[in-house]
Write a protein that binds this ligand. Structure first.
Ligand code: C2O
Ligand code: CU
Ligand code: CU
Length: 495
């Protein structure tokens, strides 16, 4: 008899087969369709004029299958993984750093052994092999290291990359396609003498997380893009350690959202316009931008507007940044430029209206989980607990294949601040946001969409719904990487 999991796999394989013209046998065979090697190593990168910068870098190679399963990126970032839904993937990871590491495929629903839990971290010189079938829907994902206590340091120094899942069904949606797709990987960095990256400077960094004073896009400062007067699909990823952006166009036009962390919106959810978009660490948003609506030759910018997150921390830091570490620092919520766009002087190509997929029915969740977020004595806790490599509390056990309503509740005290909460191994649907959301961020929060990470502001209670389909030990944590490394992370067990 088929287990439910085998049944689901067969269903996905069948779906892939109809969509891509693959024989069913191929998708269910044990041989992977794509085999990749990804190496993490120290390297040098030319980022700013002058001296090159010491970084960590992921380099990749396709050992078998589609050559375009890896795409080169600019700057220090890892190559973009470009995978197809239904594809079987094997990835050999080699750690050539001088510290332990492991890769996590953020947002991807993969078996426990392929999830990159910190207990699988490999020592310098070691390697790890991942096997999974791509079951996630078309969307924008990412990969990054996950060794306990060192994730922030390793990501900050360059270990991160985008992961795109494509689905042949996208062809019927009239979405802009290559070369009118633009990945925008946003990170903030602080650079010091000799163009070297400055990580933590003071105790405050453990509380706020490491904030840079300069934004890099796709690993490069002063990002500027020449675009055609037509529709683009912008895949925006916040790969910063701690910074939250309030994305807006400099000319005041709204942003049209077609997708979030874990897939495209459905036809009932979008496309939808927002005056600005809040994007916390690791969150993604896909924006449909019709540059044809602007004057040819015009220059505009994507910026991060000033905001107040409604927490005690940010008012303590003062709206205007503070002195420290030998210069002016940009605190959370300060305005920052992100990237400039120049629209080519050509006649506009009208963008076709996109056709998003039909809405999915939602089962009612009978199982409930509650997580109280607190920040005190310099560290965050989840239901009063800190990270432990193998511990699972009673309220951290989830039933396999059953809908679960998971509520995150943030405090409203002096030390409270927004926490970007993330759950491994699942995609969730945002159900409800209650409590006091700061009025300077509220209009930029997307409701009723599929995500795997969500900003929970001080005084808020956010409920998401998910159905775990992979048994085993996974994690949930704050994705402010300094909070995560400080222990604001826990296991949950699906059985
Ligand atoms: Cu993106 Cu546990 O992480
Ligand atoms: Cu993750
Ligand atoms: Cu946090």
């Amino acid at each position: 008899m088929l287990s439910r999991r085998d049944y689901l796999k067969a269903m996905f394989a069948a779906g892939a087969a109809t969509g891509m013209g693959w024989p069913l046998a191929r998708a269910s065979a044990q041989e992977p369709d794509v085999i990749l090697r990804i190496v993490a190593k120290p390297d040098k990168a030319a980022i700013w004029t002058g001296d090159s910068t010491a970084v960590f870098r992921y380099v990749g190679e396709v050992l078998k299958g589609r050559r375009n399963a890896l795409r080169p990126t600019s700057g220090y970032l890892g190559p973009t993984l470009d995978l197809l839904r239904g594809e079987r993937v094997r990835i050999h990871f080699e750690n050539r750093l001088d510290e332990a590491s492991i890769i996590h495929w953020h947002g991807m629903i993969v078996p426990e052994r392929a999830d990159g839990h910190p207990r699988f971290a490999v020592a310098p010189g070691g390697s790890y092999t991942y096997e999974f079938t791509v079951v996630n829907p078309a969307g924008t994902y990412l990969y990054h290291p996950h060794p306990h206590g060192r994730t922030g340091f390793q990501v900050y120094h360059g270990l991160a990359g985008m992961l795109i899942v494509r689905d042949p069904a996208e062809a019927q949606m009239d979405l802009p396609q290559e070369p009118y797709e633009l990945p925008l990987i946003i990170q903030d960095r602080r650079v010091g003498r000799g163009n070297q990256l400055i990580f933590k400077r003071m105790m405050m960094d453990d509380m706020t997380g490491v904030l840079g004073d300069e934004v890099l896009v796709n690993g490069q400062p002063d990002a500027a893009f020449k675009v055609q007067p037509r529709g683009y699909r912008l895949r925006i990823l916040n790969a910063s350690n701690a910074r939250i952006y309030k994305l807006a166009w400099s000319d005041g036009r709204p942003l049209v959202v077609i997708g979030t962390d874990n897939g495209l919106l459905d036809a009932a959810q979008g496309p939808r316009s927002y005056p600005y978009l809040m994007l916390g660490p690791t969150e993604r948003v896909e924006v449909l931008e019709d540059f044809g609506l602007r004057k040819p030759g015009v220059e505009l910018a994507l910026i991060s507007q000033e905001f107040s997150d409604g927490g005690g921390m940010s008012s303590m830091m003062g709206g205007g940044g503070m002195m420290g570490g030998g210069g002016m620092m940009r605190g959370q919520g300060q305005e920052m430029p992100i990237a400039r766009f120049t629209v080519a002087r050509e006649s506009a190509v009208r963008a076709a209206p996109v056709r998003l997929p039909p809405p999915q029915p939602l089962m009612e969740a009978r199982f409930e989980v509650k997580t109280r977020i607190a920040f005190a004595h310099m560290r965050g806790t989840l239901n009063g607990r800190a990270f432990d490599m193998s511990a699972v509390a009673d309220d951290e056990r989830l039933p396999l294949n059953q809908p679960v309503a998971w509520t995150f509740e943030n405090g409203n005290g002096m030390m409270d601040m927004p926490h970007p909460m993330h759950i491994h191994g699942v995609r969730f649907r945002v159900m409800q946001r209650e409590g006091s959301t700061s009025s300077s961020v509220a209009a930029g929060l997307i409701k009723n969409c599929y995500k795997d990470s969500i900003l929970v502001f001080p005084g808020e209670r956010v409920t998401v719904q998910l159905t775990p389909t992979e048994p085993g030990l996974f994690m949930y944590h704050c994705h402010n990487l300094e909070h995560e490394d400080g222990g604001m992370m826990r296991n949950f067990l699906v059985a």
